[in-house]
Ligand binder design. Structure first.
Ligand SMILES: [Zn+2]
Length: 84
């Protein structure tokens, strides 16, 4: 394991969950695991933000609607502005 970057030892696993969470198809356990993980792993947090922005852009293009409320809520939870 490389120590030159702040990357957790389990990123491959949590990046899989990242995809599910970003798709809005994760279970509460998976979301909780992921939220706890990105508090400590800046690498996965950045990846998640990129993924989420990507999906929001795609969704807006496809549906021409505002950002879904669940995503807004989830981002707020991650940022610590609200609690689950
Ligand atoms: Zn990670």
């Amino acid at each position: 394991m490389q120590l030159d970057k702040k990357i957790c030892g389990d990123c491959s696993h949590c990046l899989e969950i990242l995809q599910i969470v970003a798709d809005g198809e994760a279970s509460p356990q998976e979301i909780q695991f992921f939220e706890e993980h990105i508090c400590e792993c800046s690498h996965c947090k950045e990846c998640f933000e990129v993924e989420q922005n990507l999906r929001i852009c795609l969704q807006q293009r496809l549906e021409k609607r505002l950002v879904p409320q669940e995503i807004v809520h989830f981002v707020q939870c991650i940022c610590g502005t609200t609690k689950l």
